[in-house]
Design a protein around this ligand. Structure first.
Ligand code: FE2
Ligand code: FE2
Length: 365
Protein backbone atom coordinates (compact mmCIF):
# COMPACT_ATOMS: atom_id res chain seq x y z
CA UNK A 1 0.00 0.00 0.00
CA UNK A 2 1.41 3.30 -1.11
CA UNK A 3 0.84 6.81 0.16
CA UNK A 4 -0.05 9.22 -2.61
CA UNK A 5 -0.32 12.96 -2.10
CA UNK A 6 -2.38 14.89 -4.63
CA UNK A 7 -1.15 18.42 -4.94
CA UNK A 8 -3.32 20.55 -7.20
CA UNK A 9 -2.94 24.21 -7.95
CA UNK A 10 -2.55 27.00 -10.42
CA UNK A 11 1.26 26.68 -10.52
CA UNK A 12 1.19 29.89 -12.50
CA UNK A 13 4.14 29.65 -12.31
CA UNK A 14 5.56 27.11 -9.88
CA UNK A 15 7.84 28.60 -7.20
CA UNK A 16 10.10 27.59 -4.28
CA UNK A 17 7.14 27.43 -1.90
CA UNK A 18 5.37 24.75 -3.95
CA UNK A 19 8.43 22.53 -4.05
CA UNK A 20 8.97 23.02 -0.33
CA UNK A 21 5.38 21.98 0.39
CA UNK A 22 5.71 18.88 -1.77
CA UNK A 23 9.02 17.92 -0.16
CA UNK A 24 7.68 18.28 3.37
CA UNK A 25 4.54 16.30 2.53
CA UNK A 26 6.60 13.57 0.90
CA UNK A 27 8.95 13.31 3.88
CA UNK A 28 6.36 13.55 6.64
CA UNK A 29 3.93 11.09 5.05
CA UNK A 30 6.48 8.90 3.31
CA UNK A 31 4.52 9.54 0.16
CA UNK A 32 4.78 10.08 -3.56
CA UNK A 33 3.53 13.48 -4.64
CA UNK A 34 1.52 14.11 -7.79
CA UNK A 35 1.48 17.70 -9.00
CA UNK A 36 -1.82 18.39 -10.71
CA UNK A 37 -1.82 21.70 -12.58
CA UNK A 38 -5.30 23.10 -12.96
CA UNK A 39 -6.56 23.85 -16.42
CA UNK A 40 -8.85 26.58 -15.24
CA UNK A 41 -8.31 27.59 -11.70
CA UNK A 42 -11.59 28.15 -9.91
CA UNK A 43 -10.03 30.97 -7.90
CA UNK A 44 -8.26 33.06 -10.47
CA UNK A 45 -7.66 33.65 -14.14
CA UNK A 46 -4.63 31.89 -15.46
CA UNK A 47 -2.37 33.44 -17.99
CA UNK A 48 -0.29 30.78 -19.72
CA UNK A 49 -1.07 27.60 -21.59
CA UNK A 50 -1.28 24.28 -19.73
CA UNK A 51 1.76 23.07 -21.72
CA UNK A 52 3.90 25.89 -20.39
CA UNK A 53 2.77 25.19 -16.83
CA UNK A 54 3.53 21.52 -17.25
CA UNK A 55 7.00 22.25 -18.61
CA UNK A 56 7.82 24.63 -15.79
CA UNK A 57 6.66 22.16 -13.14
CA UNK A 58 8.84 19.54 -14.79
CA UNK A 59 11.87 21.84 -14.63
CA UNK A 60 11.22 22.72 -10.98
CA UNK A 61 10.72 19.09 -9.95
CA UNK A 62 13.99 18.08 -11.54
CA UNK A 63 15.79 20.46 -9.14
CA UNK A 64 14.48 18.64 -6.06
CA UNK A 65 16.36 15.94 -4.17
CA UNK A 66 13.05 14.10 -3.95
CA UNK A 67 12.41 14.24 -7.68
CA UNK A 68 12.06 10.45 -7.89
CA UNK A 69 9.00 10.68 -5.69
CA UNK A 70 7.41 13.47 -7.71
CA UNK A 71 5.30 13.24 -10.85
CA UNK A 72 2.92 15.46 -12.80
CA UNK A 73 -0.60 14.56 -13.74
CA UNK A 74 -2.22 15.96 -16.86
CA UNK A 75 -5.62 14.71 -15.73
CA UNK A 76 -7.03 18.21 -15.30
CA UNK A 77 -5.29 19.97 -18.15
CA UNK A 78 -6.32 17.22 -20.56
CA UNK A 79 -9.99 17.98 -20.03
CA UNK A 80 -11.60 19.18 -23.19
CA UNK A 81 -12.99 22.57 -24.04
CA UNK A 82 -13.84 25.06 -21.34
CA UNK A 83 -14.81 22.39 -18.88
CA UNK A 84 -14.03 23.58 -15.36
CA UNK A 85 -12.11 21.08 -13.34
CA UNK A 86 -13.05 20.43 -9.72
CA UNK A 87 -10.87 18.74 -7.16
CA UNK A 88 -13.61 16.25 -6.30
CA UNK A 89 -13.48 14.84 -9.87
CA UNK A 90 -9.72 14.51 -9.71
CA UNK A 91 -9.77 12.81 -6.32
CA UNK A 92 -12.46 10.38 -7.50
CA UNK A 93 -10.34 9.56 -10.52
CA UNK A 94 -7.32 8.80 -8.35
CA UNK A 95 -9.34 6.80 -5.86
CA UNK A 96 -10.60 4.63 -8.73
CA UNK A 97 -7.16 4.29 -10.28
CA UNK A 98 -5.46 3.40 -6.98
CA UNK A 99 -8.19 1.78 -4.87
CA UNK A 100 -5.76 0.14 -2.46
CA UNK A 101 -3.54 3.10 -1.76
CA UNK A 102 -3.83 5.94 0.75
CA UNK A 103 -4.81 9.10 -1.01
CA UNK A 104 -4.00 12.45 0.59
CA UNK A 105 -5.01 15.87 -0.63
CA UNK A 106 -2.47 18.59 0.11
CA UNK A 107 -3.78 22.12 0.52
CA UNK A 108 -2.23 25.37 1.61
CA UNK A 109 -2.88 26.79 5.04
CA UNK A 110 -4.82 29.60 3.37
CA UNK A 111 -7.40 27.10 2.11
CA UNK A 112 -8.29 25.71 5.55
CA UNK A 113 -10.71 28.52 6.31
CA UNK A 114 -12.33 28.26 2.88
CA UNK A 115 -12.52 24.52 2.63
CA UNK A 116 -16.25 24.31 3.27
CA UNK A 117 -16.69 26.27 0.01
CA UNK A 118 -14.98 23.58 -2.05
CA UNK A 119 -17.32 21.50 -4.17
CA UNK A 120 -18.51 18.43 -2.24
CA UNK A 121 -16.09 19.17 0.57
CA UNK A 122 -17.38 16.45 2.87
CA UNK A 123 -17.27 13.79 0.19
CA UNK A 124 -13.78 14.98 -0.67
CA UNK A 125 -12.64 14.45 2.91
CA UNK A 126 -14.02 10.90 2.86
CA UNK A 127 -12.20 9.95 -0.32
CA UNK A 128 -8.90 11.57 0.62
CA UNK A 129 -7.20 12.51 3.84
CA UNK A 130 -6.94 16.31 3.84
CA UNK A 131 -3.54 17.62 4.89
CA UNK A 132 -2.68 21.29 5.14
CA UNK A 133 0.77 22.75 5.01
CA UNK A 134 1.96 25.38 7.44
CA UNK A 135 2.30 26.05 11.12
CA UNK A 136 -0.21 24.86 13.65
CA UNK A 137 -2.27 27.94 14.21
CA UNK A 138 -5.20 28.23 16.57
CA UNK A 139 -6.58 31.09 14.52
CA UNK A 140 -7.34 28.69 11.69
CA UNK A 141 -10.94 27.59 11.32
CA UNK A 142 -11.00 24.78 13.91
CA UNK A 143 -14.47 23.78 12.84
CA UNK A 144 -13.24 22.98 9.34
CA UNK A 145 -10.22 21.14 10.70
CA UNK A 146 -12.54 18.97 12.79
CA UNK A 147 -15.34 18.50 10.24
CA UNK A 148 -13.00 17.45 7.46
CA UNK A 149 -10.50 15.60 9.65
CA UNK A 150 -7.59 17.71 8.50
CA UNK A 151 -4.10 17.08 9.73
CA UNK A 152 -1.06 19.29 9.53
CA UNK A 153 2.10 19.02 7.47
CA UNK A 154 4.51 21.11 9.48
CA UNK A 155 6.48 23.68 7.57
CA UNK A 156 7.31 27.33 7.34
CA UNK A 157 5.05 29.31 5.08
CA UNK A 158 6.75 32.21 3.37
CA UNK A 159 5.77 34.93 1.01
CA UNK A 160 6.89 33.31 -2.22
CA UNK A 161 4.23 34.15 -4.72
CA UNK A 162 3.33 33.34 -8.29
CA UNK A 163 1.77 36.78 -8.63
CA UNK A 164 5.04 38.44 -7.67
CA UNK A 165 6.85 36.36 -10.27
CA UNK A 166 4.32 37.16 -12.99
CA UNK A 167 4.72 40.85 -12.23
CA UNK A 168 8.52 40.75 -11.93
CA UNK A 169 8.37 41.90 -8.31
CA UNK A 170 10.51 39.03 -7.09
CA UNK A 171 11.61 35.90 -8.87
CA UNK A 172 11.43 33.24 -6.17
CA UNK A 173 11.68 30.25 -8.43
CA UNK A 174 14.38 28.10 -9.96
CA UNK A 175 16.75 29.53 -12.55
CA UNK A 176 15.59 26.93 -15.06
CA UNK A 177 12.00 28.18 -14.65
CA UNK A 178 13.12 31.81 -14.99
CA UNK A 179 15.03 30.91 -18.16
CA UNK A 180 11.93 29.20 -19.49
CA UNK A 181 9.78 32.28 -18.80
CA UNK A 182 12.28 34.51 -20.56
CA UNK A 183 12.76 32.21 -23.55
CA UNK A 184 9.05 31.65 -24.06
CA UNK A 185 8.02 35.27 -23.54
CA UNK A 186 5.66 34.54 -20.67
CA UNK A 187 4.20 36.83 -18.00
CA UNK A 188 6.37 39.96 -17.52
CA UNK A 189 8.24 39.27 -20.75
CA UNK A 190 5.08 39.94 -22.74
CA UNK A 191 4.80 43.35 -21.18
CA UNK A 192 8.49 44.17 -21.64
CA UNK A 193 8.39 43.16 -25.30
CA UNK A 194 5.17 44.98 -26.09
CA UNK A 195 6.65 48.43 -26.63
CA UNK A 196 10.11 47.79 -28.00
CA UNK A 197 11.34 46.56 -31.36
CA UNK A 198 12.13 42.85 -31.66
CA UNK A 199 15.90 43.35 -31.88
CA UNK A 200 15.87 45.56 -28.78
CA UNK A 201 13.86 42.91 -26.96
CA UNK A 202 16.33 40.19 -27.92
CA UNK A 203 19.16 42.47 -26.77
CA UNK A 204 17.43 42.92 -23.40
CA UNK A 205 17.22 39.15 -22.97
CA UNK A 206 20.94 38.75 -23.67
CA UNK A 207 21.84 41.60 -21.29
CA UNK A 208 19.69 39.99 -18.59
CA UNK A 209 21.30 36.58 -18.99
CA UNK A 210 24.79 38.01 -18.93
CA UNK A 211 24.07 40.32 -15.98
CA UNK A 212 22.69 37.43 -13.98
CA UNK A 213 25.69 35.22 -14.67
CA UNK A 214 28.08 38.02 -13.72
CA UNK A 215 26.11 38.69 -10.51
CA UNK A 216 26.04 35.03 -9.52
CA UNK A 217 29.66 34.34 -10.41
CA UNK A 218 30.74 37.27 -8.27
CA UNK A 219 28.47 36.01 -5.48
CA UNK A 220 26.76 39.33 -4.92
CA UNK A 221 24.04 39.32 -2.29
CA UNK A 222 20.89 39.51 -4.41
CA UNK A 223 21.85 38.53 -7.94
CA UNK A 224 18.24 38.55 -9.13
CA UNK A 225 18.22 42.33 -8.77
CA UNK A 226 20.78 42.45 -11.58
CA UNK A 227 18.57 40.20 -13.68
CA UNK A 228 15.46 42.33 -13.10
CA UNK A 229 17.26 45.62 -13.76
CA UNK A 230 18.85 44.23 -16.92
CA UNK A 231 15.54 42.95 -18.26
CA UNK A 232 14.07 46.42 -17.77
CA UNK A 233 17.05 48.59 -18.69
CA UNK A 234 15.78 49.54 -22.18
CA UNK A 235 12.11 49.48 -21.34
CA UNK A 236 11.71 53.07 -22.54
CA UNK A 237 13.67 52.59 -25.76
CA UNK A 238 10.58 52.75 -27.92
CA UNK A 239 9.99 51.86 -31.54
CA UNK A 240 8.83 55.44 -31.92
CA UNK A 241 11.67 57.76 -30.87
CA UNK A 242 9.49 60.85 -30.73
CA UNK A 243 7.74 59.28 -27.74
CA UNK A 244 11.04 59.36 -25.82
CA UNK A 245 11.34 63.07 -26.51
CA UNK A 246 7.80 63.71 -25.31
CA UNK A 247 8.19 61.66 -22.13
CA UNK A 248 11.56 63.26 -21.38
CA UNK A 249 10.07 66.75 -21.35
CA UNK A 250 9.45 66.76 -17.61
CA UNK A 251 13.10 65.86 -16.92
CA UNK A 252 14.54 68.30 -19.41
CA UNK A 253 15.44 70.82 -16.76
CA UNK A 254 17.18 68.41 -14.42
CA UNK A 255 19.09 66.63 -17.21
CA UNK A 256 19.41 69.51 -19.66
CA UNK A 257 22.75 68.36 -21.09
CA UNK A 258 21.67 64.78 -21.86
CA UNK A 259 21.74 63.72 -25.52
CA UNK A 260 18.48 62.33 -27.01
CA UNK A 261 19.76 58.72 -27.41
CA UNK A 262 20.24 58.71 -23.62
CA UNK A 263 16.78 59.98 -22.65
CA UNK A 264 15.48 56.44 -22.34
CA UNK A 265 17.51 55.71 -19.21
CA UNK A 266 15.77 58.49 -17.27
CA UNK A 267 12.25 57.79 -18.47
CA UNK A 268 12.91 54.05 -18.17
CA UNK A 269 13.69 54.42 -14.45
CA UNK A 270 10.44 56.29 -14.03
CA UNK A 271 8.53 53.60 -15.91
CA UNK A 272 10.06 50.87 -13.77
CA UNK A 273 8.63 52.55 -10.68
CA UNK A 274 5.27 53.59 -12.04
CA UNK A 275 4.37 50.71 -14.33
CA UNK A 276 6.29 47.81 -12.84
CA UNK A 277 5.88 49.01 -9.23
CA UNK A 278 9.53 48.35 -8.53
CA UNK A 279 10.86 50.66 -5.86
CA UNK A 280 14.17 49.03 -4.94
CA UNK A 281 16.64 51.92 -5.34
CA UNK A 282 19.42 49.66 -6.63
CA UNK A 283 17.25 48.37 -9.46
CA UNK A 284 15.84 51.81 -10.27
CA UNK A 285 19.29 53.41 -10.30
CA UNK A 286 20.77 50.62 -12.42
CA UNK A 287 18.20 51.44 -15.09
CA UNK A 288 18.54 55.19 -14.61
CA UNK A 289 22.28 55.31 -15.25
CA UNK A 290 22.85 52.33 -17.54
CA UNK A 291 23.93 54.42 -20.53
CA UNK A 292 25.91 57.20 -18.89
CA UNK A 293 27.09 55.65 -15.67
CA UNK A 294 27.63 58.04 -12.77
CA UNK A 295 29.92 58.51 -9.81
CA UNK A 296 29.76 55.96 -7.03
CA UNK A 297 27.72 53.19 -8.63
CA UNK A 298 26.37 50.07 -6.87
CA UNK A 299 27.50 46.61 -7.98
CA UNK A 300 24.10 46.07 -9.60
CA UNK A 301 24.43 49.31 -11.58
CA UNK A 302 27.96 48.43 -12.69
CA UNK A 303 26.83 44.99 -13.83
CA UNK A 304 23.92 46.35 -15.86
CA UNK A 305 26.06 49.11 -17.39
CA UNK A 306 28.71 46.60 -18.41
CA UNK A 307 26.40 43.79 -19.55
CA UNK A 308 24.60 46.28 -21.81
CA UNK A 309 27.85 47.22 -23.54
CA UNK A 310 29.42 43.76 -23.83
CA UNK A 311 26.57 41.29 -24.37
CA UNK A 312 27.55 38.76 -27.03
CA UNK A 313 25.19 40.19 -29.68
CA UNK A 314 26.91 43.59 -29.81
CA UNK A 315 28.83 42.74 -32.97
CA UNK A 316 32.38 42.60 -31.64
CA UNK A 317 34.37 39.99 -29.75
CA UNK A 318 33.65 40.88 -26.14
CA UNK A 319 35.01 37.66 -24.61
CA UNK A 320 37.84 39.35 -22.71
CA UNK A 321 35.57 42.03 -21.33
CA UNK A 322 33.00 39.45 -20.24
CA UNK A 323 35.74 37.46 -18.52
CA UNK A 324 36.96 40.62 -16.79
CA UNK A 325 33.46 41.18 -15.34
CA UNK A 326 33.20 37.53 -14.32
CA UNK A 327 36.50 37.82 -12.40
CA UNK A 328 35.76 41.07 -10.59
CA UNK A 329 33.00 43.63 -10.78
CA UNK A 330 35.23 46.43 -9.50
CA UNK A 331 38.14 45.85 -11.89
CA UNK A 332 35.99 44.55 -14.73
CA UNK A 333 33.85 47.65 -14.68
CA UNK A 334 36.90 49.91 -15.07
CA UNK A 335 38.10 47.74 -17.97
CA UNK A 336 34.72 47.98 -19.69
CA UNK A 337 34.58 51.73 -19.08
CA UNK A 338 37.99 52.20 -20.71
CA UNK A 339 36.99 50.06 -23.68
CA UNK A 340 33.84 52.11 -24.04
CA UNK A 341 35.80 55.37 -24.08
CA UNK A 342 38.00 53.94 -26.85
CA UNK A 343 34.97 52.80 -28.79
CA UNK A 344 33.40 56.26 -28.66
CA UNK A 345 36.67 57.84 -29.75
CA UNK A 346 36.86 55.53 -32.75
CA UNK A 347 33.28 56.25 -33.71
CA UNK A 348 33.77 59.96 -33.20
CA UNK A 349 30.94 60.09 -30.69
CA UNK A 350 31.39 62.56 -27.90
CA UNK A 351 28.73 62.40 -25.24
CA UNK A 352 29.46 65.47 -23.24
CA UNK A 353 27.11 65.38 -20.32
CA UNK A 354 27.45 65.74 -16.61
CA UNK A 355 26.68 62.12 -15.69
CA UNK A 356 29.13 60.53 -18.13
CA UNK A 357 31.81 62.99 -17.08
CA UNK A 358 31.25 62.33 -13.39
CA UNK A 359 31.46 58.60 -14.02
CA UNK A 360 34.75 58.87 -15.93
CA UNK A 361 36.23 61.24 -13.36
CA UNK A 362 35.24 58.96 -10.53
CA UNK A 363 36.45 55.66 -11.97
CA UNK A 364 39.26 56.51 -14.41
CA UNK A 365 41.19 59.22 -12.62
FE1 FE2 B 1 19.92 51.58 -23.22
FE1 FE2 C 1 20.66 48.28 -23.94
Amino acid sequence: MKNIVLFGGGFDPIHFGHINMAEQASKQLNADVVFIPAKISVWKNDSVSPEHKFNMIKLAISESKLKDRFSISTYEIDKSGDEVSYTIDTVRHYKETYPNDNIYLLIGQDQVDKFHLWKEALELSKLAKIVYFGRLDENLNQENIKTYGMTNIAGETNDFSSTKIRELQSLDTFDSVIDYIIENDLYFMKKIGSEMAQNRYEHSKRVAKLAYIIAKTNKIKEPKKALIAALLHDVAKYKDKSREVVEFASYKEEFSDLQPPLYHQIIGADKVQKEYKITDPEIVDAVKYHSTGKANMSDIAKIVYAADKIEPGRGFDSTDLINAMLCSITDGFVTVLKANVEYFKEKGIDYKNRLTQECLNFYLK
